[in-house]
Design a protein around this ligand. Structure first.
Ligand code: NAD
Length: 325
């Protein structure tokens, strides 16, 4: 089995590569990554010498380069993690989000159509559903919740999801989509909430929290997400969407306070800043479908996952200190 993993030098893609190489030593994993600011080749240092792994610095929008990889590697499966992924950056400059997240997805799927693929898997987000009110704890996103994205980032991901489902219906491309809640864990770029707060706290810098910090996210340890994708590409039904979530909703401010407590830092470091434009209030996933169909359940409790994550940032300062200089 040969699997192309795009965006594998980023946070979730690299964790997926480690997970798959460890679980399936006979698989060949081909990583394609443009190495934007969010991609870091040093993350993949421990697997670079493996005979069943190889890395190509390629933009997924570059049709010719992507075709060359297909001709050379003849992949069975493609898992598309490559994306511009930061909401704040999408508010500043939406264009690159449309190019990579939508046009890049089209290039990958057109190449799959031309050369054949057993499975094209699109890694998507719960943000495509928009948000839920804070005072309705009974509401969750299911796979049939209408797409109602709020930011340029989430609307570019929603656009890509629609295109993926259109390629299934129109061309019969064997696709699946996973829509996952917020991930946390090692190798997370320190611009996202959890790694930003850990790395700032370790440097005794202020901890910027949007608005009043009441926005709620459903946090999932990254390895649990990787396990879900592994199940979907092997056993998921073609043309289907699977929601992946941790049933672990927490307000941003509670996460920041917890990080302060774990690191022995004062909550006085917290600074409330002007809220993000169009800030989604609450995300909450109903993962019943992936649980009943594929037997997936989150395995890592947040209390353990956050400790492991903080320890990783303590042990790997050289990985993140260069990034925030
Ligand atoms: P990330 O920003 O850490 O990594 C993205 C990777 O894609 C980087 O290595 C970057 O270099 C690469 N990339 C960007 N543009 C590219 C291009 N044009 N061609 C090739 N490579 C390119 O992102 P992440 O947090 O690991 O997210 C991965 C995927 O998972 C994204 O599609 C994202 O939408 C989705 N997702 C993320 C989360 C989360 O909490 N982080 C949750 C749900 C879904």
């Amino acid at each position: 089995m040969t699997i192309i993993v795009t965006g594998g030098a980023g946070f979730i893609g690299s964790n997926f590569i480690f997970y798959m190489l460890n679980k399936y030593p006979t698989y060949r994993i081909i990583c394609i990554d443009k190495l934007t600011y969010a991609g870091n080749l040093s993350t993949l240092a421990s697997v670079m010498d493996k005979p069943n792994f190889c890395f190509f610095k390629i933009d997924i929008c570059d049709k010719n380069e992507i075709e060359q990889i297909f001709i050379k590697e003849k992949p069975d499966v493609l898992v598309n993690f490559a994306a511009e992924s930061h909401v704040d950056r999408s508010i500043e400059n939406p264009n690159i989000f449309l190019e990579t997240n939508i046009m890049g997805t089209a290039v990958l799927m057109d190449t799959c159509r031309k050369y054949g693929i057993k499975r094209y898997h699109q890694v998507s987000t719960d943000e495509v559903y928009g948000d839920l009110p804070l005072d309705r704890a009974d509401l969750f996103f299911t796979e049939s919740t209408p797409l109602h994205a709020s930011s340029p980032y989430s609307s570019s991901k929603a656009g890509a999801d629609l295109l993926v489902l259109a390629y299934y219906r129109t061309y019969g491309l064997p696709v699946t989509i996973s829509r996952c809640s917020n991930n946390y864990g090692p190798y997370h770029f320190p611009e996202k909430l959890i790694p930003l707060m850990i790395t700032n706290a370790l440097k005794d810098k202020s901890l910027p929290v949007y608005g009043e910090g009441k926005n709620v996210r459903d946090w999932l340890y990254v390895e649990d997400h990787c396990k879900a994708i592994d199940l979907i590409i092997h056993k998921g039904r073609e043309g289907e969407v699977y929601n992946v979530g941790g049933h672990n909703e927490m307000a941003n401010i509670d996460i920041v306070k917890l990080i302060c407590k774990e690191l022995g830092k004062s909550e006085n470091l917290i600074t409330y800043v002007t809220d993000r434009k169009g800030h989604d209030m609450r995300y909450a996933i109903d993962p019943t479908k992936i649980h009943t169909e594929l037997g997936w359940l989150p395995e890592t409790k947040f209390a353990d996952g956050i400790k492991k994550t903080i320890q990783w940032y303590l042990d790997n300062r050289e990985w993140w200190e260069d990034l925030i200089r």
